[in-house]
Design a protein around this ligand. Sequence first.
Ligand SMILES: *[C@@H]1O[C@H](CO)[C@@H](O)[C@H](O)[C@H]1NC(C)=O
Ligand SMILES: *[C@@H]1O[C@H](CO)[C@@H](O)[C@H](O)[C@H]1NC(C)=O
Ligand SMILES: *[C@@H]1O[C@H](CO)[C@@H](O)[C@H](O)[C@H]1NC(C)=O
Ligand SMILES: *[C@@H]1O[C@H](CO)[C@@H](O)[C@H](O)[C@H]1NC(C)=O
Ligand SMILES: *[C@@H]1O[C@H](CO)[C@@H](O)[C@H](O)[C@H]1NC(C)=O
Length: 371
Amino acid sequence: METTWSTFPIWILFRCGIFGHKSRITISLRAKVLIWAVLCVVVVTLVSAYAISHMQINLPFSHSATRSNVRDMLMEIQVRNTTVLTPRPDACEACFSHNFKYVIDNDVMCKLYNDSQEIDLIILIFTTHQHQKERNAIRQTWLNYTNRNKANIRYSFLLGEVLDENMRKLVEEESRIHNDIIKEDFVDTYQNLTHKIMMAFKYTITKCPHAKFILKTDDDVWVNIPGLLKVLQREKMILQTAVAGACFHGANPHRNPDSKWYASFQSYPHDSYPGFCSGTGYVTSNNVAKKIFEISKNVPFFHLEDVYVAMCLRKLGYRLYKIAGFNIGRPPFDPCLYKGDNLITSHEVPSEMLISYWNTTCTRWKPHFLV
Ligand SMILES: *[C@@H]1O[C@H](CO)[C@@H](O)[C@H](O)[C@H]1NC(C)=O
Ligand SMILES: *[C@@H]1O[C@H](CO)[C@@H](O)[C@H](O)[C@H]1NC(C)=O
Ligand SMILES: *[C@@H]1O[C@H](CO)[C@@H](O)[C@H](O)[C@H]1NC(C)=O
Ligand SMILES: *[C@@H]1O[C@H](CO)[C@@H](O)[C@H](O)[C@H]1NC(C)=O
Ligand SMILES: *[C@@H]1O[C@H](CO)[C@@H](O)[C@H](O)[C@H]1NC(C)=O
């Protein structure tokens, strides 16, 4: 018999006398039985493994799924079953109007103090009534560059309405002191942040039309203003048709109701989002804000504000533009990083940390002939 690589195992078995008596090598009966037994076990194992793996595919849930996966799937099926009749459409005719009333509007925010003044940037900071300490920390630190809303950079804290009478009074008082709060009469909840961004765009378009660029951020974010101004200067053309920041092009809805970013099948029936730029800090131009506000009338409400903005952008044919330096997390503190050109935003910075960062100067040693 010709022995090639493919017939070699058979040749071995033949020579060992497994198949017959014409064997050169003689082996005992016991050894033959043993070899046959091993072969049988191998074959049975392979066949059953194959069968099991195919059976699992036909089961509703694979056995390898973790308990929480199974729970998620059950919930998905439940949600799908009860709400499949009215999923959110991708577009509509005039189905989303932003018609809330200002409770506090500080018109002085975008006032020009002389004929040659311009507003390069307006910073819109999402906050809640309770976060007075956070607002004060920001006012004392990186908002210093706005010179209390008299410089070429302006800012405002954005609020919705709350039931707590005492909280309302405190915020009114705070607004009288700082003149830096905008508040409308929608209920201020996480589910309503899309109303807040629409308020932000509406305010910018109508009361701050001369502001060239807009930064949306949160009250737990470090913003490196000098670094940001350089980015705006560098990307000013792109920002006429884009929103920029820590942007992601592929993202999937979270279907677990326990998730902070949960989206039901009803609220979003597709498997992936058009992407988004993280709400912790994104910039755009007045032009884009205006276009988003206009098109939003035909884009049904969706509660995740940064995703909603991306939905409007897609409809406009505009884009998400990723810029290095916008961080969704908090890079380890280094004053030369936080005050240099390579970091624009840092997230989840508690107010005490913000103040201590601000007070730490970058004193990296340089050879004295470079100073
Ligand atoms: C799914 O919907 C059908 C028909 O409306 C209903 O009979 C069934 O009980 C529902 N199942 C679940 C798990 O909600
Ligand atoms: C106008 O305001 C800008 C910004 O505050 C300032 O730099 C400039 O000197 C002012 N010009 C006059 C004429 O006051
Ligand atoms: C805040 O800004 C002013 C000028 O606008 C400057 O004189 C002052 O030193 C700044 N304060 C801090 C703590 O950086
Ligand atoms: C969002 O705001 C609207 C208008 O105030 C209110 O009717 C609604 O209950 C709010 N939604 C949530 C989830 O808070
Ligand atoms: C830290 O910064 C705050 C606000 O800018 C200032 O009031 C305070 O004096 C500073 N503290 C130190 C120790 O530098």
